[in-house]
Design a binder for this molecule. Structure first.
Ligand SMILES: [Zn+2]
Ligand SMILES: [Zn+2]
Length: 190
């Protein structure tokens, strides 16, 4: 269905309409042709707008980007969604390494805690992924993997007493690895 431009509804391309005087260079004998296309008799030469011999008009998109290079009316916002990046792939939450999960834990160090007589009270096992587990001998050659009812003590306490009696400075550090490093250079540490 064709609808000619009128004074109240002029060409969306050139703002002319058939009621204008001839020879002024403003008159447009174009029309709306439906399906989102409009025709203009004045503008389109030299553009990618298609010329129609039968109507002597160029066809233009009624909404959005037109082949002539212009946008005569804003496009339907539903047709022109702004580009959106894909959602980032949700990373799986990292598995929390729990004490007691030995499937993936690898022992990297064992620290032995002894009483004043030098008897083993318990061991602290350091693993990767980083975790510390404690175990104590069960008296039958095995281990009990908890510290229930077992007093904790200072690391390397058998060496502390002679150090104290000799008046050596006692270095108190944060971890067993540091203690071992200090012992290796002749210090008394816990
Ligand atoms: Zn026109
Ligand atoms: Zn156009």
């Amino acid at each position: 269905m064709l609808k000619r431009w009128t004074a109240s509804e002029p060409c969306i391309v050139c703002e002319g309409h058939p009621g204008q005087a001839r020879g002024q260079g403003t008159r447009c004998i174009g029309f709306q042709s439906g399906e989102g296309w409009c025709h203009c008799s004045r503008i389109g030469e030299g553009t990618r707008a298609k010329y129609h011999e039968e109507s002597q008009t160029w066809s233009h998109r009624a909404q959005g980007k037109c082949p002539c290079g212009e946008t005569h009316a804003p496009g339907d916002p539903n047709d022109e969604k702004p580009w959106q990046p894909h959602r980032p792939i949700q990373e799986k939450p990292s598995t929390v390494h729990q004490i007691g999960d030995t499937a993936r834990a690898k022992t990297v160090a064992t620290y032995q805690y002894r009483d004043l007589n030098g008897d083993l009270l318990y061991e602290v096992i350091r693993t990767v992924p980083k975790s510390f587990r404690q175990r104590r001998p069960d008296g039958k050659g095995g281990w009990i993997w908890n510290m229930k009812d077992r007093p904790t003590t200072l690391y390397q306490i058998p060496e502390l007493i002679p150090g104290l009696m000799a008046g050596d400075p006692i270095l108190i550090v944060e971890g067993e690895a540091d203690v071992d490093a200090l012992r290796a250079i002749g210090c008394v540490a816990t």
